[in-house]
Design a protein around this ligand. Structure first.
Ligand code: C2E
Ligand code: CA
Ligand code: CA
Length: 555
């Protein structure tokens, strides 16, 4: 292999060697995979890529390693995919031969590219900061736009003005549960992580892509883009560069506002990106949210729910409704499901669809669920005390928090407190794609004596898989399954066989969302006798349910 330094470059290198004699200069010919050390004696005899050597040599201080890794991957990306930059630079702490300890240096790379923009040659230099430079650098940094929102806003406005024909996006991101990082690893590590974000963004973003740390762990980037896919790729690139600092686990959440009105203040675009970020928070499946105009009302709704919820619990605004479960053959009531309602002082009766998702995100669902469980136990006690033949009540358990509290012992305490037969309290858990750990918990609850119902069976996820591994007692066939499959003869066959198969493996069946006599008859013919749905009754307040119970079942 014969090495060469590109002729186009030689004059420039000689010039740089002269005027920057303190620096360590080296040159890497990517095409030939050959390395030349031009000054200093940082490298022993090595061939190939000098960055590989540096990465493994121990010459780079531990703290600087993640930033160095981002620098290397940026260069690698430029070699493979081309780049629109002529140079890249970063600050790293490195042990130069003439010093006994690590020293803050500027690592700088100048690129030579082929006609496709791919890097063919790189001239690197590493220059230690003098004490005065070191001082200036820290002082100057606080005036740079990455830490100065005012300067940043000016740069954003310039991007909008200078690119009248390009799409422009404001991207805001933060670390999900950043507080947890500070608590787990210490505030210093949290600060180091944010410094790493700043350093990495300085590498990834071009002059035309200003970025800024706005507050604590919230960052904003402004960029032009061609297509939405291209924009998402850019965000994914940032994500991959910023994640995995020293092997730590954390998740970034992005909100994006695409500039439609170029005349409004940059702050508006920033606020919109912020809104999109806040609304996507807590979403397990997505971490990029795009702003849309209805988000403001959505967030206001969410915030008003969060403002009111604690007071609501104290003021007894949450109430338990009961929806009867019937035997199709006899018409008798064979049980009930407890469903939460919010009797809001100004909004009236609010349905769970409006507040349960918010509570599931912010954890308040634990409190609400415990409240409803207690109401259900108290109701059973009241029936027994009133000499009414009790029917089992099933309560819902949110699977999001099934791991965070000891559900089994909480429920056992309630059964003990109200002194009710455990067989009268049944538990509904939804099937889901993520059955992680649920199997164990279901087994434990079953062992404690509770009857376990698999809610929403057939509503989408791997129902059959769950059946195989998790020991439920009862399947609740979802309304959507019933509606969809009853439409065709093929579908009806599937329902019929699902019912007989479940019974074969020892599971009871109940159908929910039964709205017509036709549906009830069909279910009965298939061998399913238990049904819940509007055909029989909507969920109703407990006193109404009690009347109905006595009317139908007798006392
Ligand atoms: P779910 O557990 O699947 O509850 C059944 C839902 O179907 C109830 O809606 C019920 O009113 C509705 N429904 C019953 N029969 C029919 C019918 O024939 N037609 C139609 N169209 N709908 C019917 P609801 O009460 O609005 O509750 C919605 C969801 O909110 C529940 O779905 C459950 O996932 C959740 N939820 C309600 N209360 C609680 C609670 O106390 N804790 C928890 N964790 N979740 C709850
Ligand atoms: Ca349910
Ligand atoms: Ca259900």
């Amino acid at each position: 292999m014969s090495g060469r330094i590109d002729d186009k470059y030689k004059d420039r290198i000689v010039q740089m060697l002269k005027c920057d004699a303190d620096a360590v200069h080296f040159y890497y010919s990517v095409a030939d995979d050959v390395f030349f050390q031009l000054s200093g004696n940082l490298f022993p005899e090595i061939s190939g890529d000098p960055l590989d050597y540096l990465a493994e040599s121990g010459l780079i201080e531990e703290q600087s390693k993640p930033v160095f890794a981002v620098f290397c991957s940026k260069i690698q990306d430029g070699i493979i995919n081309g780049t629109d930059k002529n140079s890249a630079g970063t600050d790293i702490s490195i042990k130069l031969p003439e010093y006994s300890d690590y020293k803050m240096c500027h690592l700088y790379a100048l690129f030579l590219r082929d006609e496709n923009g791919r890097i063919t040659d790189i001239h690197y230099n590493i220059r230690p900061y003098s004490p005065i430079e070191e001082f200036n650098r820290t002082v100057l940094k606080s005036f740079s736009s990455d830490k100065n929102p005012k300067l940043f806003a000016e740069r954003c406005a310039r991007v909008i003005k200078d690119n009248p024909n390009d799409n422009i996006a404001f991207i805001q991101f933060d670390v999900e549960r950043f507080k947890l990082i500070n608590e787990t690893y210490g505030v210093e590590t949290g600060d180091d992580l944010l410094q790493f974000f700043n350093d990495s963004l300085a590498l990834v973003c071009t002059e035309e892509q200003p970025f800024c740390r706005l507050t604590a762990d919230v960052y904003m980037i402004v960029t032009t883009f061609d297509t939405k896919d291209g924009l998402v790729n850019f965000i994914r690139k940032i994500e991959s560069m910023l994640c995995g600092y020293h092997g730590m686990e954390y998740r970034l959440v992005f909100g994006v506002s695409i500039v439609d009105d170029r005349t409004c203040h940059t702050r508006r675009h920033g606020d919109n990106a912020s809104l999109a970020r806040q609304l996507i928070k807590g979403n397990a499946l997505q971490n990029i949210g795009f702003y849309s105009s209805n988000m403001k009302t959505e967030l206001q709704k969410k915030q008003s729910i969060e403002d009111d919820m604690h007071k609501a619990l104290l003021n007894n605004e949450f109430v338990m409704f009961l929806q009867p479960k019937h035997s199709i053959k006899t018409g008798r009531i064979i049980g009930a499901e407890a469903l939460a309602r919010w009797n809001h002082p100004t909004k009236g009766m609010v349905s769970p669809g409006d507040f349960i998702p918010v509570f599931e995100q912010n954890g308040f669902i634990i409190k609400l669920d415990e409240f409803i469980w207690e109401q259900a136990c108290r109701q059973i006690r009241d029936w027994i005390d009133a000499g009414i033949e009790p029917v089992p009540i099933s309560v819902n358990i949110s699977r999001e928090y099934i791991h965070t509290i000891d559900v089994t012992s909480t429920l056992l305490k309630l059964v003990e407190k109200y002194d009710i037969p455990i067989s009268l309290l049944e538990l509904e858990i939804t099937e889901s794609f993520d059955s992680n750990g649920v199997e164990e918990i279901v087994k434990r609850m079953k062992k404690a004596g509770f009857k376990m119902l698999m809610d929403d069976f057939g509503s989408g996820y791997s129902s059959l898989n769950m059946l195989k591994s998790t020991p439920f007692d009862v399947l609740k066939i979802d309304k959507s399954f019933l509606d969809e499959f009853m439409e065709s003869s093929r579908g009806r066959k599937i329902i019929e066989h699902t019912i007989s198969m479940s019974q074969d493996i020892g599971l009871d069946i109940i159908a929910e969302g039964v709205e017509t006599l036709e549906q009830a008859k069909f279910l009965s013919e298939c061998g399913c006798d238990a049904a819940q749905g509007f055909y029989y009754s909507k969920p109703i307040p407990a006193p109404d349910f009690n009347k109905r119970l006595i009317e139908i079942n007798g006392k």
